[in-house]
Design a protein around this ligand. Sequence first.
Ligand SMILES: O=c1ccn([C@H]2C[C@H](O)[C@@H](COP(=O)(O)OP(=O)(O)OP(=O)(O)O)O2)c(=O)[nH]1
Length: 154
Amino acid sequence: MPDVLGPLLNLVRLPNGAGLDLPAYETAGAAGMDIRAAVEADAPLTLAPGKRALVPTGFIFEIPQGFEMQVRPRSGLAFKHGITCLNTPGTIDSDYRGEVKVLLVNLGDEDFIVTRGMRIAQLVVAPVTQVQVAEVSEAGTTARGAGGFGSTGI
Ligand SMILES: O=c1ccn([C@H]2C[C@H](O)[C@@H](COP(=O)(O)OP(=O)(O)OP(=O)(O)O)O2)c(=O)[nH]1
């Protein structure tokens, strides 16, 4: 794994994560750490076309306050097999202390088998800002106004 100088991310390995590689950046400039499936070795998961499944990862993450973790698909799985994350990008809140799971869906036309240790998604840690919400009577005017959805042309 390349050296990383970012914030510290504590994680806890659950019993079903025994022996799995830690999530890791595969290259020095990777945005996401690949995360692996913690399905039982003797019970791989078959995802039929059109079906979805919540796949365990075997880890609890302690995300630093002020950050979130996004669960994103891997383009190779999407391109080759039609496998993606249904709720992409999945949001892991910094106060979540449950096992991170990956909601995979098979948009391909063949069964896809998820085996133990397979790299099923990538985790991107990103800063987030919580705003203070204030209700006002009118929104400030802008040149765009309410124009959207192609208002500036194709
Ligand atoms: O792909 C995902 C998405 C979410 N989660 C976990 C972590 C997250 O902090 C929690 C809640 O996610 P989210 O806020 O998207 O779900 P919700 O439908 O709003 O549920 P809740 O009412 O529990 O917040 O579920 C995952 O493990 N994987």
